[in-house]
Design a protein around this ligand. Structure first.
Ligand code: S3P
Length: 176
């Protein structure tokens, strides 16, 4: 059986990028940060694209880059941006290539603490109220992911990655 791709989804600040790196290290796989690929491809960061051209333009670019990344990196561990999984077309592309998805289910308070303390601009989380509303709206869609990991405050990246590797490996073994 070929190695399946694993897409890490979840809200901004849930730890997707750092966890993806550690999962990739443990599985000896390549790691890809979708937002970094968007920045390379578009010459601007997701935040800049959203601020300058609006969210719909960003989503078009995101879908195009996701499609490329999925087709060109068969066994990669991919950290998606927080909104990528909420777009039906992206979920279709992911399912078409047979990739697995895991939701980093972190409490809003933890995500917000990280968003607030991070230097990165997040135009879709301009205030705590707006971010929490978005979080609530998105949770039912994140739930559609194949696997779910509940993240507790204080849990290390190593602990989270170990749980993902174990769940992912078990789910691959169940494949026909
Ligand atoms: C977004 C999250 C960002 C980035 C863009 C949109 C979102 O990625 O893709 O600003 O819609 O939640 P992170 O989740 O890595 O912050």
């Amino acid at each position: 059986m070929t190695d399946q791709q694993l897409i890490i989804v979840g809200f901004m600040g849930s730890g997707k990028t750092t966890v993806a790196r550690e999962v990739a290290r443990r599985l000896n796989r390549a790691v890809i940060d979708l937002d970094d690929f968007i920045t390379m491809s578009a010459g601007r960061s997701p935040a800049e694209i959203i601020q300058q051209d609006g969210e719909p333009s960003f989503r078009e670019i995101e879908t195009r880059v996701l499609d490329e990344v999925l087709r060109q990196n068969p066994a990669a561990i991919i950290a998606a941006g927080g909104g990528a999984w909420t777009i039906a077309e992206n979920r279709r592309l992911i399912s078409k290539v047979g990739a697995r998805t895991v939701w980093l289910d972190a409490p809003f308070e933890l995500c917000w603490k990280r968003i607030e303390s991070n230097e990165e601009t997040r135009p879709l989380a301009p205030s705590m109220e707006a971010a929490e509303q978005l979080y609530q709206n998105r949770c039912p869609v994140y739930e559609l992911a194949d696997l779910r990991i509940t993240i507790a405050e204080g849990e290390s990246v190593e602990e989270v990655a170990a749980k993902i590797v174990s769940l992912f490996t078990q789910s691959q073994n169940r494949e026909p």
